[in-house]
Design a protein. Sequence first.
Length: 89
Amino acid sequence: MPTLFVTRAFERRLEAWDREDQKHVYALHLAIESMGWDALLSYPFCQVETVHTDRSGEIRRMDFWVKIRRDYVPLTLELGMPGVFVLHD
């Protein structure tokens, strides 16, 4: 099962948002921890913009938009090491 970390800078920004917006990000967090990359493809209100792969063709990073705060917010999901993701803006 994947593990997800959120950068401190994004966490500070998230703390300023209202509770409903925080719940949406937490739901995305849970989806990523249960499905990995597939969460971005199946999560409602999520649109993948760019997929970055390494030389072997493995996904290393996805830039995507997710609808939060009544607007689409750009975020990035990176694979730090196998099974460990980092979410940041």
